[in-house]
Design a protein around this ligand. Structure first.
Ligand SMILES: NC(=O)c1ccc[n+]([C@@H]2O[C@H](COP(=O)([O-])OP(=O)(O)OC[C@H]3O[C@@H](n4cnc5c(N)ncnc54)[C@H](O)[C@@H]3O)[C@@H](O)[C@H]2O)c1
Length: 325
């Protein structure tokens, strides 16, 4: 199967590409990525010599470039997106363009070229916020941020192409990911790298917001299962079942760094901050035999160790982000 992976130089996409290529000498993957601020081609260095690996730099909104790269592929795994909620609050334009329009361009090209399966990587944030219980896949979408609204738009477009055109589409909706190679603007790498440097960390509001955490390798295993065995036209939630308040998470990161609460700045809450995300993963567990494998304890420890050992990866990204802000 020749797979086109969009956004394959980002945090989750690069984990997916590394895991597939390192496990299978016969695998074939084309990465199509614009290399925005969060895309780093070096994330793919460990598999760059794999005979089945090709990298193409391009924008998913560029109809001609997408048309060219799509030809000859059997499946698409679509990660490319603007992914940071805070940036979507500062300016929604790139989110609507890449997440909604870019997805439409890809769907049209996949249809034109008769590509088999189109796996759209969505997020649990499309469901909004839930006070009690957990979302199943048939829960209505009620996104609150410009980021999650643009992801809901793309998620619904993908499903509409299945219903309208009979395309072979599968959508996955995943909870918060953590792990190596995550851009140091997201909470775990931001707090970890700040604390490594003896800097303070900014905690939103009272820190009571609850997130479900999943190691990035478990997310990618779920995506690959859905790609190969999921039923066409279906949505699969992928979650970790580890719910923590941001305050509890901060406590764990402070402990790991040997730092105290005096290192925390309580900053004004994010606008429209969703209180709680919680996913029911019964469907993927029962239909596809999915189970997360990395415990949060092991995953967090190995992630923190990775940031300690890979300053050369994150320091230039932080310096550049600070210069641009
Ligand atoms: N990070 C999470 O916790 C999480 C959870 C659930 C779902 N997701 C989804 O997973 C996907 C990947 O997220 P991530 O955390 O790896 O994001 P990321 O920001 O690390 O990576 C995004 C990648 O997409 C590329 N890209 C952006 N705009 C592009 C464009 N117009 N054309 C081509 N490439 C473009 C970037 O260069 C980058 O390589 C996204 O669709 C996101 O919504 C993320």
């Amino acid at each position: 199967m020749r797979i086109l992976v969009t956004g394959g130089a980002g945090f989750i996409g690069s984990q997916y590409v590394r895991s597939i290529l390192s496990a299978d000498p016969a695998a074939s993957i084309t990465v199509f990525d614009k290399l925005t601020y969060s895309g780093v081609e070096a994330n793919l260095a460990p598999v760059a010599n794999h005979p089945g690996y090709t990298f193409v730099r391009g924008d998913i909104c560029d109809v001609d470039a997408v048309d060219q790269v799509m030809a000859g592929h059997d499946a698409v795994v679509h990660f490319a997106a603007e992914s940071h909620v805070d940036r979507s609050i500062a300016g929604a334009g790139p989110f609507v363009m890449t997440n909604v329009v870019g997805t439409q361009v890809l769907l049209d090209a996949a249809r034109k070229h008769g590509v088999g399966r189109f796996l759209h990587v969505s997020t649990d944030e499309v469901y909004g916020s839930i006070t009690e219980g957990s979302w199943t896949e048939d829960w209505p979408l009620a996104p609150n941020s410009p980021y999650s609204s643009s992801k809901a738009g793309s998620d619904l477009l993908a499903l509409a192409y299945h219903r309208t055109h009979g395309m072979d589409v599968v959508v996955t909706r995943c909870s918060n990911n953590y792990g190596p190679y995550q851009f140091p603007e997201k909470v775990i790498p931001l707090f970890t790298t700040n604390l490594i440097d003896g800097k303070r960390v900014p905690l939103y509001g009272d820190g009571g917001n609850i997130r479900d955490w999943l190691h990035v390798s478990d997310h990618c295993r779920g995506i690959d299962l859905a790609l190969r065995k999921g039923r066409s036209g279906q949505v699969y939630n992928i979650g970790g079942g580890v719910e923590l308040t941001n305050k509890e998470l901060t406590g764990l990161l402070l402990d790991a760094a040997g730092a105290g609460w005096d290192m925390v700045d309580h900053v004004q809450d994010r606008k429209g901050h969703d209180l709680r995300y919680s996913l029911d993963i019964t469907k993927i567990r029962e239909e596809l035999g999915y189970e997360p494998q990395v415990t949060f304890e092991e995953g967090l420890a190995s992630t923190i160790a990775w940031y300690r050992e890979n300053r050369a990866w994150w320091e230039p990204l932080k310096v550049k982000a600070a210069q641009e802000s």
